[in-house]
Design a protein around this ligand. Structure first.
Ligand SMILES: Nc1ncnc2c1ncn2[C@@H]1O[C@H](COP(=O)(O)OP(=O)(O)OP(=O)(O)O)[C@@H](O)[C@H]1O
Ligand SMILES: [Mg+2]
Length: 236
């Protein structure tokens, strides 16, 4: 199968300190893939390498059949990578509506592009907040907005770094239900999240990262059939 995104032995450093040694992973069209690993193992650094925010020093990153290694973020966005970054990075001085509209791009002229109305249908809560500043939103509302903003570029791949970190359980469910719906509509999703139950329930396949290396890759069913994985690579 041709992958939508493929990382081959990716390496990356912050200054002198090497963080990624050997990251390999794949995401197929319409797949939801989880990126797992303990704190500080390199998940966010991997996302930064994929999205052009950190230069790689080795290996290759192939998106839609083209090597995109070290392309700038805005070009990757134009190619169809939508990012929900760690910390959300909502524009505080723009309203909810402006945050969404500023991101809009019907890149491929698709027949049913994401619109403000479609995002509001996915997250009705945002309808009540359209005129509020980004700075006035709760953490959950910010995350809904961050997902909506990423969808407004009409991505082929949605990447979420800490999909539900710091959110109340009820808001986590809102986000996970949205991800479930997006996946059912055929969107490919790379997700980082601490909730293993949802990850295994909604996700198709997963990659575990340990100290900058991919140490395990497999399906949700394979993960569940190897109970030692959790203790070896995920619990603190
Ligand atoms: N800007 C930076 N400069 C130097 N080192 C960094 C920087 N950002 C992260 N690191 C280091 O890189 C390693 C990997 O960090 P990274 O943020 O990718 O981990 P993570 O798996 O996302 O962890 P978490 O689960 O806590 O989000 C850590 O040792 C971290 O201290
Ligand atoms: Mg992180």
């Amino acid at each position: 199968m041709d992958s939508l995104l493929r990382l081959e032995a990716v390496q990356a450093s912050y200054g002198q300190s090497r963080i990624l040694f050997d990251i390999s992973l794949t995401i197929g069209t319409g797949e939801m893939v989880g990126l797992l690993g303990r704190n500080g193992m390199g998940k966010t650094t991997t996302v930064r390498a994929i999205t052009g925010q950190l230069a790689t020093t080795g290996g290759d990153i192939v998106f839609k059949g083209r090597s995109v290694r070290n392309l700038p973020s805005h070009l990757l966005g134009r190619m169809g990578m939508g990012l929900v970054p760690e910390g959300r990075r909502i524009f505080p001085n723009l309203t909810v509506r402006e945050n969404l509209v500023a991101a809009a791009a019907n890149r491929s002229g698709r027949s049913e592009p994401w619109t403000l109305d479609r995002v509001l249908a996915l997250f009705p809560r945002l309808s009540e907040r359209l005129g509020n500043w980004g700075s006035q939103l709760s953490g959950g509302e910010q995350q809904m907005l961050a997902v909506g903003r990423a969808l407004m570029i009409n991505p082929d791949l949605l990447i979420l770094d800490e999909a539900t970190e710091g959110l109340a359980p009820i808001v986590r469910d809102v986000i996970w239900n949205a991800l479930r719906q997006l996946k059912s509509e055929g969107l490919a999703i790379l997700v980082i999240d601490r909730n293993l139950r949802q990850m295994m329930d909604v996700g198709d396949r997963h990659h575990i990262i340990e100290k900058g290396r991919t140490v395990w890759s497999g399906s949700s069913a394979a993960f569940s059939s190897e109970p030692t994985l959790k203790g070896r690579f995920l619990s603190v």
